[in-house]
Structure formats: C-alpha cells, structure tokens
Design a protein around this ligand. Structure first.
Ligand code: MRU
Length: 348
C-alpha cells in the first residue's frame, strides 16, 4: 500500500527472537528489548515495555510461537502442554484489552487444529502471528481512511493516551485517522493530554507526532475543559482497549470518560477508532475487568515520590464510556453508530 509509512517500529520478529521497542524509556531513549521465551513476552506486557491493545495482542501471538519453538524437541503432547501453559500465563498479564485474548485464541485455535497432524506447531503459530502482524497494519490504514473522511481541510483534534503506531503493529488507530488526514494534506493540529499516571500522551503520542512532523500541543489532563470551552477543539478521537459490540460501550485509558462527558457538554463530536480485533461481541459491561495497577504509579512521577510517605492512592487503569456519549465508532469496515456495532459480528 502507498502513502506515508510510520517511521516507528513497535515490534519486530527476527531470527526466532521478538524485539520490542522499550516504550518505558521513550521519548528519551530508543532501545529494543529481546524476547527469547514466552515468559520474556509475558513480563514485557505486564511491565508495559509493550502496551496498547493491538500491540499486546500481536506480541502475545509471537509469545506462543516462542513457546512452540522452545518445546520443539519434545513430543507433540508435551509440546501442546507447554504451549497451553504459555497461553494461560500470557492471558494473565493484563485483563482489560480484549486483543490479548483475541490474539491468544487465534493462535491456540490453529495450534489445536494442527496438533494431530505432521505440521510443525512452531511454524503454525509463527504463520498466524505473522498474519496478525500484517493484518493489523492493513486494518489501521483502512480505518484511518474512513476516519480521515470525517475531518475538514483544517481542524484541531484532541486525542488521548497513545493510540498510534506504538500502540499497534504500525500506523495506529486514533493517530492513524490523523495520519491519514495529514496524508491527504489536511492541516491538523493535535491536542495531546498528558495521560497521568503513565503519561502515554506526553511521552508516546507527542513523540510520534514529533517524528512524523505533525503539529501538536501537549496539555495537562485538567486543561481539557478550558480549551474546549474556548472553542479550541473541533473533534475528540480516541482509541479503545475493548469495544462492547452488544451495547456500544468503549473501554479505554482512564480519563477517556472525562473527555467524553466534556465533549457532550461542549457539543464536540467524540469518535472512537478501533479495529475489529478490539471488539468484544460477547460481554456485557458488568463482565469487563478494569485493571487496577500499583498505587506507586499515582504517588510518583518518573520513580520519584510526589505524595506524603503514607499516602494511599486509587489506580484504575481504564474507564468505560457509554454509547450515548459516543458520536460514532470508526472501524476498518466503515463508520458505525454505537448501536449498530453488533452488525459487525458477521465480519469476525
Ligand atoms: O495501558 P495502556 O497504555 O496499554 O493503554 C492503552 C490505551 O488505552 C490506548 O489508548 C488503547 O489501547 C488504544 S490502542 C490503539
């Protein structure tokens, strides 16, 4: 496909090793972490070396390939046991983004199907992971084209967290829409809330926009209402860790709901950009587990305490935006109102 390629590599498979761009050290340092075993991948997901829903889904798929590779010398039955255990470990790393479970299920289905035959389980797993890798970029490009059609020649878009190339295999979802609009020569300025406590906005989204030469301003999270009230925001476009197709709820980084409520108040269109790999066609909203991360993330910045020694904190990592606050969901199959999402189940 033509068009501007993202200059960022989130994950790369070379000679039987998964390399992950270490997102913890961005934007100050660009280094890769080598994963030689599925346990390395599980650790990287848990510690957010790799993060963002589509990126962790594909990383977990390669994790299963690594498990199949390391157990090649055993008989099929033992190898299957190792890979099933890897699937359980990888699935326990983070609970909210549905892509993780989608990625694991997809590879496990292929492995279980191949278990009775002569094909190498390693090859089967690796093929599926490679397929998911390519499909992710392709889906984001298509989604980006649909989203760009919504934007005028000149506009200011507020995004949230990081839903760019770094949160996916490449190109990005919410940032993919912005990339596609810029490819069309539209003049887009991006407002980037920092996204406390992990600062994915100021560390990762700002970094991506800088690398791509797209105009942006970082704001602290608590500036959103004021800049909206001043007419400085034309659209809000965010990604999603899970979209509930049955009800139209979108689960995304904590703070997304704040922006959705504000956008409604100020009459600003609020779009969720998400590929089908982030869709959950089964669950109801009460069934979704919202990840609780460590108190320390809230009580410190860059490892330095910013609160009294005995301070306690809450740290839910995601929130749930209800369908009535969402103007539309941008997917690789087109733009849907939250109530129409279930019709996408036939595309799965
Ligand atoms: O906790 P993270 O950084 O993995 O959360 C990521 C987000 O919330 C992203 O905005 C979301 O995954 C969309 S990714 C295209």
């Amino acid at each position: 496909m033509g068009g501007m390629r993202s200059k960022l590599t989130t994950l790369r498979w070379r000679n039987g090793i998964l390399y992950l761009l270490d997102q913890r050290s961005l934007p100050l340092r660009k280094k890769f972490v080598r994963c030689r075993t599925y346990a390395d991948v599980a650790k990287a997901i848990k510690e957010m070396t790799v993060r963002g829903a589509p990126a962790i889904g594909v990383a977990a798929a390669y994790g299963l390939a690594l498990a199949a590779k390391s157990s090649r010398r055993y008989g099929k039955a033992k190898q299957l046991e190792v890979v099933r255990k890897a699937a359980r470990v990888l699935a326990s790393t983070r609970p909210t983004a549905v892509n993780l479970f989608w990625g694991i299920e997809r590879v496990m289905k292929k492995i279980e199907e191949a278990a009775g035959g002569n094909e190498s389980l390693y090859k089967v797993a690796l093929n599926e992971a490679n397929k998911m890798f390519n499909e992710d970029i392709e889906a984001n490009r298509r989604l980006g084209r649909y989203g760009a059609s919504l934007l005028p020649e000149r506009c200011i878009v507020m995004t949230y967290c990081n839903a760019g190339a770094l949160a996916t295999v490449g190109y990005g979802t919410a940032l993919g829409v912005i990339r596609a609009a810029v490819e069309d020569k539209k003049r887009v300025t991006v407002l980037v809330p920092e996204t406390r406590p992990k600062l994915q906005g100021s560390r990762l989204t700002a970094y991506e926009l800088e690398v791509e030469g797209i105009d942006y301003r970082v704001i602290t999270d608590n500036m959103a209402a004021f800049v909206m009230s001043k007419g400085m925001v034309d659209y809000v476009i965010v990604g999603a860790d899970r979209v509930l197709a049955r009800t139209g709820h979108a689960i995304n980084k904590i703070g997304t709901l704040n922006l959705a409520v504000l956008a409604k108040h100020f009459n600003i269109p609020f779009y969720v950009a998400a590929p089908l790999s982030s869709f959950d066609f089964k669950s109801d909203v009460e069934e979704v587990v919202i990840e609780e991360r460590s108190e320390e993330e809230v009580l410190s910045v860059n490892g330095r305490p910013i609160s009294p020694k005995n301070a306690r904190a809450l740290n839910p990592a995601f929130d749930i935006t209800p369908p009535e606050l969402i103007t539309a969901v941008i997917t690789e199959f087109g733009i849907y109102s939250p109530k129409e999402l279930i019709s996408l189940s036939e595309r799965q």
